[in-house]
Ligand binder design. Structure first.
Ligand SMILES: C[S@@+](CC[C@H](N)C(=O)[O-])C[C@H]1O[C@@H](n2cnc3c(N)ncnc32)[C@H](O)[C@@H]1O
Length: 282
């Protein structure tokens, strides 16, 4: 029943969902839900269609089983369907670019408060990925101009597509750069969700086997890139820096900024109560 080879008979939607749920139960926390999402994607229908038409047959069973088997092998759902839901939008994703995470929405809200309070119009983002942060900020603040960097080509390509989709080319400029090395412009704020995981940290298969290493690992200890960003932003005389970080990095980063001259550092937590980032005013 689990194979995908050979000619395959049509199945009803109900049978397809049953098969898929069984195939997904090891890889997914919510196998029924993911089976429904993937069948709806496969049939190009809304999820609710499945419930109303459960006795209807579909022919392309082999292709559907291939999708399910990719997910059963831990490939993230977002790479399979090529899209990720983030904040109030859907962003295109593909292998080679980090799938945006819900906790990053908190970073956007904190940065939005500062932009509003200080009337900020010139910022940079380090490590643009899909463009998640820059696209949402540009949509919220039509006056905002963003220079968004990445060192890898795939994120720059994918971010470019997402910027096009939302018609934000006049607001966001992409630039291949290590951190802000290639951004000499005057800036008021830098935002970043950089790679911050320690190289030997054990990640789940759906992350480590599929998502790009350049987006995950920040160095031996993990916070090396974060510390470099702090130093670079300070050296450039930029007033604000807002970054996401790892749940165990508050103490070392607090010690690090104690050694340099900053006006204030405010750490924030994610919705699960873990330390998740900081805002520095220099
Ligand atoms: C954790 S991902 C964040 C992506 C996106 N901003 C988000 O929040 O979903 C980090 C990104 O930083 C990029 N990156 C890694 N090292 C970098 C560096 N030295 N300079 C610029 N970008 C870098 C990676 O390629 C990756 O796209």
């Amino acid at each position: 029943m689990n194979g995908v080879s050979g000619a395959m008979k049509a199945m009803t939607i109900k049978e397809g969902l049953f098969w898929a749920r069984e195939a997904l139960h090891k890889a997914c926390e919510r196998p029924q839900f993911e089976a429904e999402l993937l069948l709806a994607y496969h049939l190009k229908k809304e999820r609710t269609y499945l419930f109303i038409h459960e006795n209807e047959s579909f022919e392309s069973v082999k292709e559907f089983k291939k999708l399910i088997q990719r997910r059963a092998a831990n490939e993230p759902y977002e790479y399979i369907v090529g899209s990720a839901s983030f904040y109030d939008i859907h962003l295109e994703v593909e292998e080679g670019v980090l799938i945006p995470r819900p906790e990053t929405e908190i970073l956007i809200d904190l940065v939005s408060e500062i932009i509003k309070k200080e009337n900020i119009t010139r910022i940079a983002e380090i490590g643009v990925g899909t463009g998640a942060i820059s696209v949402v900020l540009a949509r919220k603040f039509p006056e905002l101009r963003i220079i968004a960097t990445d060192i890898c080509d795939t994120p720059l390509k994918v971010a470019g597509k997402n910027i096009d989709t939302f018609g934000l080319n006049a607001q966001i400029e992409l630039r291949k750069s290590n951190l802000i090395d290639e951004v000499p412009e005057v800036l008021e704020l830098v935002v970043s969700n950089p790679p911050y995981i320690a190289e030997d940290f054990l990640l789940e298969s759906n992350v480590v086997d599929y998502e790009p290493k350049e987006a995950l690992f920040g160095g031996n200890v993990g916070d090396e890139l974060l510390k470099q960003i702090i130093l670079d932003v300070k050296a450039r005389g930029i007033k604000y820096l807002a970054c996401e970080m790892g749940y165990d990095q508050k103490e070392p980063l607090q010690e690090f900024v104690n050694e340099i001259d900053v006006k204030s550092i405010r750490f924030y937590k994610d919705l699960a109560g873990f330390d998740r980032g900081f805002v520095i005013e220099f």
